[in-house]
Design a binder for this molecule. Sequence first.
Ligand SMILES: Cc1ncc(COP(=O)(O)O)c(C=O)c1O
Length: 291
Amino acid sequence: MLVYIDGEFVPRSQAKVSVFDHGLLYGDGVFEGIRSYNGVVFRLIEHIDRLYDSAKTIMLDIPITKQEMVNVVLETLRKNKLKDAYIRLVVTRGVGDLGLDPRKCSKPSIIVIAQPMEPLLGKEVKEKGVRLVISSVRRDRVDATTHQAKTLNYLNSILAKVDAINAGVDDAILLDERGFVSEASAANLFIVKSDVIATPPQTAGILPGITRATVIELAKKIGYSVEERDITPHELLTADEVFLTGTAAEIVPVVEVNRRKIGDGKLGPVTRRLIEEFEKIKGDPAYGVKV
Ligand SMILES: Cc1ncc(COP(=O)(O)O)c(C=O)c1O
């Protein structure tokens, strides 16, 4: 495996950053998780746009252009001869001193890792679904370390994941500071009630997911109404169907929340239809950039 770091491709064993990098010391940086399907990088332009937006919010100047970044991602896939891959793109604040001041970090580091990857949770999970709990940890506020920006500060999600592990389930849902549903640790959430689909808005502190946007687009195209609105825990527990979306997990049915069965506890018809529609488009060059 060859990893891209700051203009060079190096073997995995030599892919290292400094212990003085503020990405390590303070979680100071931004990242993206991207997938390629059969030689097409799914929604690459949208991922690159989101990366630069995240960087803007934390005032990190990425030292290459968006087009150069696109080329770096494609070149990493070519060098590793990968068609179906998970790509991790990271931009750290760079090497500084032990203080917080980002002005001491003269040059951000750009890292691209690409590895072969099947759907994270496997085909089985798409049928069987996942079990979730509502975490005791609230999603970071939109006026604090908001997850609207995809930064290297993921402790908020990790603490929710720890809650899920301790409860013996697959993942956790975070509520926002008002008590409305936000999202899962690293995936967006949808509910279905009487054939109407709803998902929390950005004001609930979610990452504006690229799979989420694609699912909204597909659902509208096949005739469903989709509402972006606040969702209460009660609505979540009493929905006909609940599902998660994300680059790594794609679309995954949720069959249980806090020990309440969702619907009849099986993959529901709306989720099934959306999984089928997503399967049709995920390797389509119209939805991505060809390697
Ligand atoms: C916190 C969070 N929410 C949602 C998502 C899903 O976003 P996307 O569909 O762009 O992968 C992710 C994915 O990495 C995430 O980390």
